[in-house]
Each structure stands twice: as structure tokens, then as C-alpha cells.
Ligand binder design. Structure first.
Ligand code: NAP
Length: 278
């Protein structure tokens, strides 16, 4: 193998379903790089050894997915301030000195996917309703606040998790009960689903859109299927919609650039290659 060959991958358990290799290897081929991106199936009890392995093998870095996004943090040398605020790492980059830095590009990916879909989108356009209070919600809520969202109504099945997040993120985040979710759509500029409801293998999100303004942007972080029942219902009544694929693709761009030194673009051909795997 060439000395300049670079290797990266995604660490998770299970990880076989990950579409990240399709994305990164598409860009590797497109830019004719001496590089490859693979799957690292790492059981939780092997995480410490796997992180040592990044250093020992001279790997450029990795993406980190469930269940390692939080557990890996104390094993890294540096945590980027944004990843620290998000409380999770989704990308690890090895420095020339072997030090490992943890980043989180999920929030960047989310904001960028809204901009790609609607170039004139502005976080300050009006109230936002976010459903869910898990890892994806943290990235979405924090990045929307950083972009200037004035008010976020946070609604989660388990209210206590939403309350803990609101207490951490400040007064712009107000918690509403799960039973109030239909009413909490009145006058919003953006509705975001960050729950797993509507994802392949899960029931549709139980949400009535009657109160939602027709101009509100409706976004789902789910990308399998590309159009969730929520997005289909929103599109049918005339709302603009954005699926979760752009979030996945845009967060991937940042890691790719740090590992391989090339800023990749999201071409229609790549979207089609990915869609063909669903
Ligand atoms: P997570 O931390 O496990 O959170 C799951 C969320 O779904 C929680 O808010 C949970 O509520 C809620 N939920 C689960 N079952 C529910 C039900 N029956 N009714 C209502 N709410 C329910 O997961 P995550 O990492 O945030 O991921 C959530 C979704 O985002 C997944 O579909 C994932 O694929 C997607 N995602 C996409 C991207 C992307 O790049 N596009 C990135 C990350 C995640 P409770 O707190 O009450 O359990």
C-alpha cells in the first residue's frame, strides 16, 4: 500500500446498515484519492481498544455512531467546543502527532440541508417546533439557537428529557407536553421531527397538521424512507418539505475534508447513488 494511502471509517454497533461508506467512497473515486472508507463494527466493550487502534494503525479518523457518540468523548485528546456543547462526538480526526480530536457536525449538516433546500431560509423567521429530545434533537436545537431562532417549542414523549434540555439551553427553549403537540404548530415557521417515528420499521408520527401555517417549512431528520408520512402529509397540503438526507450528506462533507484534504460537493449523482441503496 502506498505510504500516502489514507483510511477512515464509521465506528458503531451495529454498523452494517450505515450509508457513510457509499458517500465517502463516492467522493474518494470522484477526486481520485489514495484513500478508502470502511465499516468498523465495534462492540461497546471494545471501544477503548478501538480508539487506541486509530492511533496505532495511523488511521485518518472516523465517524462515530450509536452507541459510541458519548462514550468515546473521554478517550479523545481534544473535544471541539461545539461537540462539548452537544455532548456528543460524531467525527474523530487524527492529527499528525497522533492526537485525536472529536467534532460534531450534525448541527452543521442540519442547517446546511435547510439552506440547500431553501437558500433564503432564516432561523429568525418565526417560532420553531421541534419534536423529540434525543441526540438528533440536541444537534438541531443547538444549531437553530446558534443561527438565531427566537423561540423553540420542544416537545418530547418523555417530558423530563425535554425539560432537561431546555434547562441547559436557556429561555428561548420552551417545553410543551406531548398532548399539546398538535396545538403547538400554530404560527410556526419551521416544524422539525427528530423522533424515530416515521422511520422505516416504525409507525408514522401521530401529528395533526391542521394548525400548521401553509408557509411553514417541514423538516424530518429521517432519511429512510426519503419521504416520511409526515413529509408526505405536509407536501399534500402545500407546505415546503426537507428530508434528512441533506443532513447526513452535509455532516459527511466536513469529516471528509479534515481527513482527506478535499472539500467535496453534493452532486445529484451522489444523491441518486444513495437513494438506490434504500
Ligand atoms: P434517540 O436519541 O434514541 O432519540 C429518539 C427520540 O425519538 C426520542 O425523543 C424519543 O422519545 C422519540 N421516540 C421514540 N419512540 C417514540 C414514540 N413511540 N413516540 C414518540 N416519540 C418517540 O435517537 P436519535 O439519535 O436522536 O435519532 C432520532 C432519529 O434521527 C432517528 O430516526 C435517526 O435515524 C435520525 N437521525 C438522522 C440523522 C441525519 O443525519 N439525517 C442524524 C442523526 C439521527 P423518548 O425520549 O420519549 O424516548
Amino acid at each position: 500500500m502506498d505510504k500516502t494511502f489514507k483510511f477512515a471509517g464509521v465506528m458503531g454497533w451495529p454498523v452494517a446498515h450505515s450509508r457513510s461508506p457509499v458517500i465517502h467512497n463516492f467522493w474518494v473515486r470522484q477526486h481520485k484519492l489514495q484513500a478508502a472508507y470502511g465499516l468498523f463494527p465495534v462492540k461497546p466493550e471494545h471501544l477503548t481498544d478501538a480508539v487506541r487502534g486509530i492511533r496505532a494503525l495511523g488511521i485518518a479518523g472516523c465517524n462515530v455512531t450509536i452507541p459510541h457518540k458519548v462514550a468515546i468523548m473521554p478517550m479523545l485528546d481534544v473535544i471541539h467546543p461545539l461537540a462539548r456543547r452537544m455532548g456528543a462526538v460524531n467525527t474523530v480526526v487524527a492529527g499528525v502527532d497522533g492526537s485525536l480530536t472529536g467534532y460534531n457536525f450534525d448541527g452543521y449538516g442540519y442547517i446546511q440541508c435547510l439552506r440547500d433546500a431553501k437558500p433564503d431560509w432564516k432561523a429568525g423567521a418565526g417560532p420553531v417546533t421541534v419534536l423529540g429530545a434525543g441526540g438528533a434533537a440536541r444537534a438541531v436545537v443547538l444549531s437553530l439557537l446558534d443561527e438565531g431562532a427566537p423561540r423553540i417549542r420542544l416537545i418530547n414523549r418523555t417530558r423530563g428529557k425535554a425539560e432537561a434540555m431546555a434547562a441547559e439551553f436557556g429561555a428561548a427553549v420552551e417545553v410543551h407536553g406531548w398532548d399539546e403537540r398538535h396545538e403547538a404548530l400554530a404560527d410556526v415557521a419551521l416544524l422539525v421531527n427528530t423522533t424515530n417515528q416515521g422511520m422505516h420499521g416504525h409507525p408514522a408520527l401521530d401529528l395533526h397538521l391542521d394548525r400548521l401555517p401553509k408557509t411553514a417549512l417541514v423538516s424530518d431528520v429521517i432519511y429512510i424512507p426519503l419521504e416520511t408520512p409526515l413529509l408526505a402529509a405536509a407536501r399534500a397540503r402545500g407546505n415546503p418539505t426537507v428530508n434528512g438526507l441533506g443532513m447526513l450528506l452535509n455532516q459527511a462533507r466536513r469529516g471528509f475534508e479534515l481527513w482527506f484534504g478535499v472539500q467535496p460537493q453534493i452532486a445529484d449523482e451522489l444523491r441518486a447513488a444513495l437513494a438506490a441503496t434504500f
